[in-house]
Design a protein around this ligand. Structure first.
Ligand code: GAL
Length: 510
């Protein structure tokens, strides 16, 4: 039978819709257009979870301005359940959650936060509780009924359903489909430790995928329980250091896109075993890699130093940049000094590296990492910074290399300890509008930002000062950027052209 005119029209619209969504931003479920932010209890509390922990943490996230910096999801990790009811519905442990999960969700929602839940694509969770393999539809509906906004979905007890991309894909797709079928927007975070290379296939079914074994609170300590040093790993393990994960991530970062991110694992900032510089490096590199930024410390006991790292809006603005392009590692220099080469393979402890990434409006991020245990001076040329433009294979001129760039140091305006302490003590009025500078009720210098009042995208377009750190240098055509980088430290710059290119802002706009 020949199709009627209206059938042809509907078919044509369907084709158009498919093409339109393929050509633009492609989050498969419309979520995580920028990397998700929030808090998860696992790194600091392990199985010690209950309602009080979640709600107390949530309250502090609000009080300290962390929610308004973008930390939205409060994620309950493993160990929350007490098996299933007679009809198979997952049930919360009533001692830990006496008012039930819908109550927790309601409370979080009333604070302007989202509720994250945890299960595993296996028979049990990693701590041995009931999990969702084969029960995807029922469990997804339970989570939706409870008011859940986020699912972290682990990989333990998967009954051997791994080893090829398709087997893993199908196992994780079952929950993706089940979540979609509930009709509730639920961010889907695969916690699959990089097995079967999820960066090659997860973009159409999930919002993020873990790409390594579990992080632990160490900057660069080699550990047999995290045996791999490259991304192509059959034993992801746990006890992976910050530098181990960063090194594994370097070759695959470009697999991310808006709505689908490499997850370098939850942040250890504040947990006590790294130096302040090491935590700055950890936070900065996760941010510019476009990893989800999930705080992993005890928010209710934060030091001023910890709060001021999590609260750096100039770094978060790179993570939340509307272009959604992860930075890439441009070069990796040999370990310095040579006696630090105690771990070998593709990565040696002590190496230095340089990273760049394109941002919206033609800006660039440029970051130096010093893996050595003594300070050093590192520099990069314009052809390092604009390497991708110079090697695109076209003969198009590259105007960027003949422009002058303002160099903003994104840690130079870090919140002072006094301000952070005042926030923790409740003696500080956080801005209710976006601009931290117009917080007139306080005499303290302000280095924070309210992304609830104005998104990072709008704030960047409006040149909100808090998102730019401090201008410390100019990069002339043919020049180099240089940085004194502390031991195990980082220097992160935002580069902005003084003009001359389409979409470039004028110098005096800041
Ligand atoms: C691991 C996971 C951790 C945490 C833990 C809970 O597999 O990578 O982030 O969720 O399980 O048991």
């Amino acid at each position: 039978m020949a199709p009627s005119k209206s059938t042809v029209l509907i078919a044509a619209v369907a084709v158009f819709v498919t093409q339109a969504s393929a050509a633009g931003t492609v989050s498969y479920n419309g979520l995580a257009i920028t990397p998700q932010m929030g808090w998860d209890n696992w790194n600091a509390f392990g199985c010690n979870v209950d309602e009080e922990l979640l709600l107390n943490t949530a309250q502090k996230m609000v009080d300290y301005g962390l929610r308004d910096l973008g930390y939205y999801y409060v994620i309950l990790d493993d160990c929350w359940s007490n098996g299933r009811t007679a009809n198979g519905t997952l049930q919360a442990n009533a001692t830990k959650f006496p008012n039930g999960m819908p109550y927790v969700a309601d409370q979080l929602h009333s604070m302007g936060l989202g509720f994250g839940m945890y299960s595993s694509a296996g028979k049990y969770t990693c701590a041995g509780y009931a999990a969702s393999l084969g029960m995807e539809k029922q469990d997804a509906q339970t989570f939706a009924d409870w008011g859940v906004d986020y699912l972290k979905y682990d990989n333990c007890y998967n009954e051997g359903q791994e080893g090829t991309a398709l087997v893993s894909y199908n196992r994780y797709k079952a929950m993706s489909d089940a979540l979609n079928a509930t009709g509730r927007p639920i961010l889907y975070s695969m916690c699959q430790w990089g097995q079967d290379n999820p960066w090659d296939w997860a973009q159409t079914i999930a919002n993020s995928w873990r790409m390594s074994g579990d992080v632990y609170d160490s900057f660069d300590r080699p550990d047999s329980r995290c045996p791999c040093t490259t991304y192509d790993c059959t034993l992801p393990g746990f006890h992976c250091s910050v530098m181990n994960i960063l090194n594994k991530a370097a070759p695959i970062l470009n697999k991310a896109q808006p709505g689908a991110w490499n997850d370098l694992d939850m942040l250890e900032v504040g947990n006590g075993a790294m130096t302040d510089d090491e935590y700055k490096t950890h936070f900065s590199m996760w941010a510019i890699a476009k990893s989800p930024l999930i705080m992993g410390t005890d928010v209710t006991a934060m030091t001023p130093q910890t709060l001021s790292i999590y609260s750096n809006p100039a770094i978060i603005a790179i993570n939340q940049d509307p272009l959604g392009t992860p930075a890439t590692r441009v070069w990796l220099s040999p370990a310095q000094p040579q006696n630090e080469t105690y771990s070998t393979d593709s990565y040696t402890v002590g190496e230095a590296s340089f990273w760049t990434g394109q941002l919206a409006s033609g800006d660039y991020v440029a970051a130096f990492v010093n893996g050595a245990s003594s300070p050093t001076t590192l520099s990069a040329s314009m052809s390092d910074i604009f390497i991708d433009l110079l090697t695109t294979g076209s003969n198009a001129p590259v105007p960027q290399i003949s422009q002058t760039w303002d160099v903003y140091d994104l840690w130079a305006n870090r919140m002072s300890n006094a301000t952070a302490q005042a926030i923790i003590m409740g003696n500080y009025t956080l801005p209710t509008n976006a601009s931290s500078m117009s917080n007139s009720t306080s005499t303290m210098p302000v280095q924070t930002y309210n992304a609830t009042a104005m998104s990072y995208a709008d704030g960047l377009a409006a040149n909100e000062t808090a998102l730019f750190g401090l201008k410390t240098a100019e990069l002339m055509p043919g020049g180099t950027v240089q940085a004194q980088v502390p031991a195990h430290g980082v220097v992160v710059y935002r580069l902005r052209s003084q003009g001359g290119g389409a979409g470039m802002r004028k110098r005096d706009e800041l």
